[in-house]
Design a protein around this ligand. Structure first.
Ligand SMILES: *[C@@H]1O[C@H](CO)[C@@H](O)[C@H](O)[C@H]1NC(C)=O
Ligand SMILES: *[C@@H]1O[C@H](CO)[C@@H](O)[C@H](O)[C@H]1NC(C)=O
Ligand SMILES: *[C@@H]1O[C@H](CO)[C@@H](O)[C@H](O)[C@H]1NC(C)=O
Ligand SMILES: *[C@@H]1O[C@H](CO)[C@@H](O)[C@H](O)[C@H]1NC(C)=O
Ligand SMILES: *[C@@H]1O[C@H](CO)[C@@H](O)[C@H](O)[C@H]1NC(C)=O
Ligand SMILES: *[C@@H]1O[C@H](CO)[C@@H](O)[C@H](O)[C@H]1NC(C)=O
Ligand SMILES: *[C@@H]1O[C@H](CO)[C@@H](O)[C@H](O)[C@H]1NC(C)=O
Ligand SMILES: *[C@@H]1O[C@H](CO)[C@@H](O)[C@H](O)[C@H]1NC(C)=O
Ligand SMILES: *[C@@H]1O[C@H](CO)[C@@H](O)[C@H](O)[C@H]1NC(C)=O
Ligand SMILES: *[C@@H]1O[C@H](CO)[C@@H](O)[C@H](O)[C@H]1NC(C)=O
Ligand SMILES: *[C@@H]1O[C@H](CO)[C@@H](O)[C@H](O)[C@H]1NC(C)=O
Ligand SMILES: *[C@@H]1O[C@H](CO)[C@@H](O)[C@H](O)[C@H]1NC(C)=O
Length: 415
């Protein structure tokens, strides 16, 4: 135990002394000497110690037996390499100093890319986001979007609103290594598609659905389409369709936009209204047997149904462990202790985040013990036996009545 403690203390002392005696960092340079980095392909030239240190010898174990370390034609793969200089002084502890090589390289045009959609459907109001990424570059580059005004201060993500006239235009991204003053350029060609389907929105704009009671607001065509006129026959003579106070009965209604262009065929585009509504508690029910007899091994199946809801709800059975993953059918094995309990079902409209709750009250009874003589043929036989017994009793009763009358009559005469 004591030896172990002494050994530990010794090693802690060694580590602490090493930490405290790391000497001045080596002096390194390269041809360009850019911000302490070595440009790929150049010579790294490091010197350790000083000429005054007459009593010390300096070396780079593994690389050089003298105070000078030369690494010619530095490659990007060598970035981050640690070179250690050893200071040996007679009668003193060894000292070491570390130099970490940082190589400056890249990016090339080949390593610079813009990611974005292959085509973009625009009505002139929607945002397009492009992401520029340069690989194989050190240190991290600075990004710029020289021909997108809205991205003057952007980083590697540029968000702007293209218009229809931007179709076919090239967007540039530059990734600049500020140490090397070297730039990789990427190009993204915009493929802007004129929106043929009408653009619709409502107050909440939930997953393309209109909440019951809200206003549906659709626009057809685009302001650029100067030679075309747009209308919603039956609803609106202009390009805008407004349907206030949308009702559930209107779900599925198809609205048609008409595009009339002089000297051209008429074109149409349709929008199908989807109304989000329900469910309420009143519209949510659990169907199941009014009573259920079991010995604890039988399955009970309950079915939950929500009506008057769009889109279809997601069902859950919050207080039935066995139905954690159930859909609208929940099957479990109730026991007698489950009698007179309330089983809940939730039907949730995930778009509206609205839930209808249904309750089923269990009525669990014990299965009666099976009858002892329960062969099917016995039914007819038993009937005959019963008839015989009843007949015998009646005959016996009649005999008794006759006997009693006779006996009582005789007694009266006798008294
Ligand atoms: C390394 O650097 C030292 C000090 O700057 C210089 O004297 C020496 O010539 C350099 N060696 C090479 C091979 O460039
Ligand atoms: C080398 O090590 C000795 C002994 O620890 C120390 O006195 C000296 O300053 C060191 N030299 C350099 C250049 O770090
Ligand atoms: C080198 O060592 C000698 C004797 O060991 C001593 O006299 C001298 O002062 C030392 N020089 C330095 C620079 O430490
Ligand atoms: C290059 O090495 C430095 C120092 O270890 C490190 O900070 C940097 O992340 C490395 N660069 C790359 C691109 O690996
Ligand atoms: C210093 O390092 C050298 C080479 O690794 C080794 O041979 C020597 O024993 C070390 N001296 C001390 C005092 O640790
Ligand atoms: C870029 O890629 C092209 C084709 O893949 C290749 O011919 C060219 O040498 C590459 N340029 C650089 C700098 O990597
Ligand atoms: C960019 O930043 C400058 C200074 O903060 C500001 O004046 C300018 O409006 C910004 N440009 C954009 C497009 O955000
Ligand atoms: C309909 O939507 C357009 C475009 O989003 C908007 O400019 C306009 O104000 C909206 N109209 C109504 C009545 O909300
Ligand atoms: C309207 O119809 C014309 C003629 O067919 C067509 O060129 C144009 O693209 C259409 N506009 C829209 C917004 O669909
Ligand atoms: C509109 O029509 C005029 C003449 O018919 C034509 O010169 C012009 O290019 C057309 N504009 C568009 C946007 O189609
Ligand atoms: C609402 O309309 C959509 C689109 O026509 C249809 O898919 C959906 O089944 C309808 N929902 C109801 C509950 O009728
Ligand atoms: C385009 O539709 C309008 C309205 O329904 C109709 O009056 C006109 O004749 C149609 N034009 C063509 C070329 O079909």
């Amino acid at each position: 135990m004591e030896d172990l403690n002494l050994t530990s203390i010794f090693w802690v002392a060694v580590v602490v002394s090493l930490m405290h005696t790391v000497s001045t960092t080596p002096q390194c340079n390269s041809d360009s000497n850019l911000e302490g980095m070595t440009v790929e392909g150049e010579l790294l030239n490091c010197t350790c110690g000083s000429p005054d240190a007459a009593n010390s010898t300096f070396s780079w174990p593994g690389y050089s037996s003298g105070p000078t370390l030369l690494v010619p034609n530095v490659r990007r793969e060598q970035n981050g390499t640690h070179y250690t200089c050893l200071n040996q002084t007679e009668g003193m502890d060894n000292e070491t100093a570390v130099y970490t090589l940082q190589v400056a390289y890249g990016p090339s045009d080949n390593d610079t890319v813009i990611e974005g959609p292959s085509s973009f459907t625009s009505d002139g109001t929607k945002d397009l986001t492009l992401t520029c990424t340069a690989k194989n570059v050190n240190p991290s580059p600075v990004y710029a979007w020289p021909n997108v005004n809205m991205c003057a201060n952007a980083t590697n993500k540029c968000t702007f609103k293209p218009s229809l006239t931007d179709n076919g235009r090239e967007v540039f991204c530059t990734a600049t290594n500020t140490v090397l003053v070297k730039t990789g350029t990427a190009i993204y060609k915009m493929n802007i598609v004129i929106s043929t389907t009408p653009q619709c929105n409502s107050d909440s704009n939930l997953e393309g659905m209109t909440v019951e009671g809200e206003l549906l607001n659709c626009t057809c065509g685009s302001p650029d389409a100067a030679n075309s006129t747009f209308s919603w026959p039956g609803y609106s003579s202009g390009p805008t369709l407004l349907v206030p106070n949308v009702r559930r009965e209107q779900n599925g209604t198809i609205y048609t936009c008409l595009n009339q262009t002089e000297g051209m065929d008429n074109e149409t585009a349709v929008y199908t209204l989807q109304v989000a509504y329900g469910p309420s508690d009143n519209d949510t029910v659990i169907e199941g047997p009014s009573s259920f007899a079991t010995d604890g091994t039988k399955n009970l199946t309950l079915t939950c149904t929500a009506k008057n809801v769009n889109p279809s709800p997601v069902y859950a059975w919050p207080n039935v462990n066995m139905c954690a993953n159930a859909t609208n059918k929940c099957t479990f094995k109730p026991s007698l202790i489950d009698h007179d309990k309330e089983v809940f079902c939730y039907a949730t409209n995930t778009v509206l985040r609205k839930t209808g709750t249904a309750i089923y009250k269990t009525n669990i009874g014990m299965i009666p013990a099976p009858p002892v003589n329960s062969d099917n043929q016995g039914d007819g036989l038993n009937g005959k036996v019963v008839a015989f017994v009843v007949f015998a009793c009646i005959v016996l009763a009649a005999v008794c009545v006759v006997f009693v009358i006779t006996f009582v009559g005789k007694s009266r005469h006798a008294s």
